[in-house]
Design a protein around this ligand. Structure first.
Ligand SMILES: *[C@@H]1O[C@H](CO)[C@@H](O)[C@H](O)[C@H]1NC(C)=O
Ligand SMILES: *[C@@H]1O[C@H](CO)[C@@H](O)[C@H](O)[C@H]1NC(C)=O
Ligand SMILES: *[C@@H]1O[C@H](CO)[C@@H](O)[C@H](O)[C@H]1NC(C)=O
Length: 542
């Protein structure tokens, strides 16, 4: 009796006093180390060796927002056995895909079609020894060789397939800790991937970049190679799970579920299929016909991509947009929306999460929002009366909702014009003038292409397009008169105004500040990423 109360006293004493006695040098567990070193994992996420029934899948995983690993269920996808580099080159070589760097948010690599845009053929030629990673919408012609799992082929999920993405690298990729807006099945076709997963209920202790209130996605400010636990002490409390996936496995990743992914292998390839954030599940059709594996090409996907024109990757879910629009409309006394009410709604959506001030918009430019409202009204009210009723909104077709979504949210990196939107006219002029030889009165084509690539990290394709304007007669050089005639046109090709991406700016700031805290030696990956850092430009949504 006495001994045990003495023990309790000691425990209470030691634990209430110790933290204040802790010396400065006693750092929290895992400080400055890789993500996950701050505490032991809770374990591996659940693993199933068969696809569950649609109802079991909904009840145990999707509705609970729980991730699950379905082991080996992608081994019967034609893509799993057919998509060798040779096959992809021969069948899909000319299709266009979007690129990212192996380290997320590091820079945008250049491909044959410009900044962040490449052909599959050129990618396959270069990916083993260049820092590039296909993170792209899946071109439609490839979707016949990808299957949709039976558990999402009936009931509510059936018509809520949003888009499909392709992931391909030579391994060694590293994402940020982030969350995506939609549910996804991510099926690995080659290589291995390690996932660190954090349940949404613990996001309160994860430092996140501020996003607009309308965003379901977003990323954490922590450096995944050196977590700064002095700066973010609450992160020490965050429990985490992990998933180790190998080729042939599919991972169900619930929407807005924090995750960080590293990839391994000499070829690492995956396809993900995205689904709406369903709140309810109508199981009509689930018990009659036996749901089967279905080619993605037959799945009636919302956002498709022909592999030739611009992508729609990351666009808003039109069914969710429908709810938002109708909700906005119903809030108005006269049950109508016009450009002004729409603009107000947009401002509220764009406002930053931590400020309830609608004036403080994520995309500052009022002009841009006004332009968006005007264009949306043209879709909602094609007759040009100036307003649309809530009844009209409830009857919008999926095609009309998609048109509205495209006006409201399209990533500039989805297009071949991205390079023009990213480089400032001033920087392009500087490159032109640095190559122009005054004495010889000559701007040489090859020298210009070289400098444009070296200084701006731009593409040969766009360098040639710029030069064509300066040298319309195709002489192979431009002189003073040519520059006089063409310079202003070249300046107009590049977008002068950079749309600020506040979350991106905040992230870069956090990384710089974190760097000062770092005690560990730089890893080779980080040295590498400094080398590749592109001359300052910010990437904005919209
Ligand atoms: C990719 O996966 C296929 C199918 O399992 C396999 O035959 C091939 O060897 C793998 N390639 C690489 C480079 O891992
Ligand atoms: C599984 O993934 C975790 C989290 O990334 C990693 O720490 C662990 O080493 C992996 N285990 C295996 C067996 O690959
Ligand atoms: C949009 O929402 C309304 C209910 O507000 C619904 O009746 C309609 O079917 C929805 N439209 C689409 C295309 O889902």
């Amino acid at each position: 009796m006495e001994a045990s109360s003495y023990f309790v006293f000691l425990v209470v004493f030691c634990c209430s006093v110790l933290p204040s006695l802790k010396s400065e040098s006693e750092l929290p567990r895992g400080h400055g180390e890789e993500l996950g070193k701050h505490r032991d994992p809770e374990g591996h996420i659940p693993v199933l060796y068969d696809v569950p029934s649609p109802l079991e899948f909904w009840e145990k995983y999707a509705s609970q927002r729980k991730p699950v690993l379905l082991k080996g269920v992608a081994k019967n996808f034609p893509a799993y056995s057919q998509w060798t580099d040779e096959y992809l080159r021969e069948n899909y070589g000319e299709l266009k895909v979007k690129l990212e760097a192996k380290v997320e948010k590091d820079h945008y690599p250049v491909g044959e079609k410009g900044l962040a845009q490449d052909t599959i053929r050129n990618f396959l030629k270069t990916y083993k020894n260049q820092d590039k990673y296909i993170v792209s919408q899946l071109p439609d012609p490839m979707s016949k060789e990808v299957l949709v799992l039976p558990c999402v082929r009936c009931g509510s999920f059936k018509n809520r397939v949003l888009e499909a993405n392709l992931w391909l690298s030579s391994g060694g990729t590293k994402s940020l800790l982030h969350k995506d807006a939609d549910n996804a099945f991510n099926c690995l076709l080659n290589g291995t991937k390690d996932w660190i997963l954090i349940d949404p209920e613990h996001e309160v202790n994860v430092p996140m970049a501020e996003e607009a209130v309308s965003e379901y996605g977003g990323f954490s400010l922590i450096n995944v190679d050196g977590v700064n636990l002095q700066r973010y002490p609450d992160f020490a409390k965050v429990p985490w799970w992990y998933a180790n996936i190998t080729a042939g496995d599919c991972l169900w990743l619930p929407y807005s579920y924090l995750h960080q992914v590293r990839s391994y292998g000499t070829k690492n390839m995956a396809v993900s299929v995205l689904f709406s954030r369903l709140k309810e599940f109508d199981s009509t059709g689930c018990d009659t016909a036996k749901p089967e594996y279905t080619p993605l090409s037959e799945a009636d996907m919302v956002w498709t991509y022909d592999g030739v024109t611009s992508q729609t990757m990351g666009n808003t879910d039109p069914f969710e947009l429908n709810e938002t629009l109708v909700h906005w409309c119903e809030e108005n006394k006269d049950k109508q929306v016009d450009a002004a009410t729409f603009l107000k709604g947009l401002e509220e959506m764009q406002a930053m999460e931590e400020e309830d001030d609608a004036e403080n918009t994520a995309v500052h430019d009022e002009d841009i929002l006004e332009e968006i409202s005007r264009r949306v009204m043209m879709i909602l009210d094609p007759t040009g009366r100036g307003s649309a009723s809530c009844d009209r909104l409830k009857q919008l077709t999926v095609a009309e909702l998609k048109a509205v979504a495209e006006v409201m949210s399209s990533d500039p990196a989805n297009t071949e014009e991205y390079e023009y939107k990213t480089f400032s006219p001033e920087n392009v002029r500087t490159v032109i003038m640095s190559v122009y030889d005054k004495d010889a009165d000559r701007l040489d084509l090859e020298a210009f292409i070289q400098q444009y690539q070296d200084i701006l990290q731009g593409s040969e394709k766009i360098a040639r397009e710029v030069f064509e304007v300066l040298d319309p007669d195709n002489k192979g050089y431009a002189n003073k008169n040519d520059l006089k005639g063409g310079m202003s046109q070249v300046m107009d090709m590049f977008t002068p105004r950079q749309i600020e991406d506040p979350a991106g700016v905040q992230w870069e700031q956090a990384q710089r500040e974190d760097e000062m805290f770092r005690r560990d030696a730089e890893t080779p990956m980080q040295t590498h990423r400094e080398d590749n850092k592109q001359a300052g430009h910010s990437h904005g949504e919209l």
